[in-house]
Design a protein around this ligand. Structure first.
Ligand code: NAP
Length: 481
């Protein structure tokens, strides 16, 4: 069990405030304790951030920002194993996935450190004696509010470009994974050159600390990743202070599998993306498989074989192939969808509790597959966020596109085919921020992500991700006499 302090307004906060506990979802044991902060801390962090932006060179000195970020990246590279273990303890994901999650941030931070030195504007000759200069400036004080499923990835995805653009950032990690988030941020706040107040950690419940941040008049932008209903609430709460918001929300992503695809690769990719990666708790999870009708039977058989015998257990056990559902609430939510599916649809695989574990404290759910689901049923329309897959047949590409777009979401998707024309046509037809062709869940620091429709507002990662944390100002020079 680890007890954490947090860094607010340039100081480590003493532990006299209340704590919230984090339990390991694979065992039910308490593993971390993190301060539950109050309005006083939010105010102090905002004030220190505003002061730091005025008094330090952070927002104007790109080379300083790049240097600090490169130092941070090196620190992360030296601490992957310790951080990964804490991540697995709090989240339940496999240790290998946790190591990948932490290690990948080195690349993302370095990419953004490089981008820091590219922030630039334009100039326009607007007449013989008139010049318009459009400069790109930071937003100011940015709140980054992140979820528990890929807690470090999703915090850094906003934090790194926000810092690179010259903002001060207040991080509010998800309560379930706050310990590993604090440990990760410690490597940043202790970096030489980072001005006091530019980064603070605001741990505590979303409904309290998170909402205070959203409503705070001293915060200029909210970068939120999480559930759609929370995102909608944040939009409403941020409206009174007319804040910029970037929302990365849920998904119900379609995986379009054509009969001519490399089936072995497709099935292995799908099983990884919807079942074994984070037990399906990933916003881009391909939870709806659309299969060309002629391949339906073969695909269902292959899928059932691929998941039979998968070892589900603690993420720290090297033999586990799939970990736990991270929170008890999420575990119960997934089981209620499965119960509904058993009544309304045909269960092809799974749907039963995992054997040999204490179901009162261990959150394990077997990979579950349904067919014959009503397309308008919540099973097909709502994000389940767990290892549950629905399978639907399609006859034509037009039908595949129609089914793919038949939800309120538009986060990600995949097309598996060996026919380039079909891949292009289907990719253009699907309304989603990402279409993977013959692959899935490939993320790069260079390429943007974001949602169509109710999956979000704005783009993260890549060049657009940096611009998201800036605003333009037109400075007009007129020497006309
Ligand atoms: P969540 O319940 O919306 O929580 C996300 C964050 O918001 C947490 O830090 C939470 O704090 C905080 N929060 C809760 N209510 C708040 C409020 N009223 N005001 C301000 N902050 C508030 O989401 P989650 O359950 O952690 O994450 C799962 C969801 O995230 C899924 O829907 C998934 O699809 C989505 N997601 C989207 C992406 C993407 O890139 N589009 C990526 C990953 C996940 P507490 O933890 O203290 O409640």
């Amino acid at each position: 069990m680890k007890e954490y302090e947090v860094f607010v307004a340039g100081e480590w906060v003493d532990t006299t405030v209340g704590f919230s506990s984090i339990v390991d979802p694979a065992t039910g044991n308490e593993v971390s304790k993190v301060p539950a902060l109050t309005a006083k801390h939010v105010d102090a962090a905002v004030q220190a951030a505003q002061q730091a932006l005025v008094e330090s060179r952070w927002s104007t000195d790109a080379a300083l920002r790049a240097d600090v970020m490169l130092r941070w990246a090196n620190q992360v590279a030296s601490n992957v194993d310790t951080l990964a273990e804490r991540l697995t303890l709090e989240n339940g994901k496999l240790l290998g996935e946790a190591k990948f999650e932490i290690g990948h941030q080195v690349n993302v931070i370095r990419f953004n450190a490089g981008l820091a030195r590219t922030v630039s504007g334009r100039s326009h000759s607007l007449g013989p004696d008139v010049m318009g200069v459009v400069v790109r400036e930071p937003m100011g004080v940015v709140a980054v509010i992140s979820p528990w499923n890929w807690p470090i990835t999703l915090m850094v995805r906003d934090l790194a470009p926000a810092l690179a653009a010259g903002n001060a950032v207040l991080c509010k990690p998800a309560s379930q994974t706050a310990g590993v988030s604090v440990e990760f941020l410690k490597l940043l706040v202790e970096c030489e050159g980072l001005p006091k107040g530019i980064v603070s950690m605001l741990t505590g419940s979303g409904r309290k600390v998170g909402q205070l941040m959203v409503e705070h008049p001293g915060i200029d932008m909210i970068a939120f990743t999480g559930d759609g209903s929370t995102g909608k609430q944040i939009s409403r709460d941020a409206a009174d202070t007319v804040k910029k918001i970037a929302l990365e929300l849920g998904g119900k992503s379609p995986f379009v599998l054509c009969a001519d695809a490399d089936m072995e690769k497709a099935i292995a990719t799908l099983v990884r993306a919807i079942f074994t990666t984070t037990s399906g708790q990933i916003c881009t999870a391909p939870s709806r498989l659309l299969v060309e009708a002629s391949a339906m039977q073969d695909v269902c058989q292959r899928l059932s074989q691929a998941i039979a015998g998968l070892k589900i257990g603690s993420g720290l056990d090297p033999e586990s192939q799939m970990g736990a559902i991270t929170t008890r609430d999420q575990y119960e939510k997934v089981l209620s969808f499965i119960d509904r599916g058993k009544k309304e649809a045909t269960l092809v695989a799974g749907g039963e509790p995992v054997e040999g574990v204490d179901h009162d404290v261990c959150n394990f759910i077997a990979p579950t597959i349904f067919t014959d689901v009503d397309p308008k049923s919540p099973l097909m329309q709502e994000e389940i966020f767990g290892p549950v897959l629905t399978v639907q047949p399609f006859e034509t590409d037009e039908e595949a596109i129609k089914l793919a777009n038949d939800t309120p979401f538009g986060l990600a998707s995949a097309v598996f085919t060996q026919n380039l024309d079909r891949a292009w046509r289907l990719s253009r037809g699907i309304k989603a921020g990402t279409v993977w062709v013959n692959t899935y869940n490939r993320f790069y620091a260079e390429t943007e992500v974001g949602g169509y429709k109710e999956s979000g507002i704005g783009r993260m990662a890549g060049f657009e991700g940096l611009n998201e944390f800036t605003q333009t100002k037109h400075i007009n020079f007129d020497s006309t006499v």
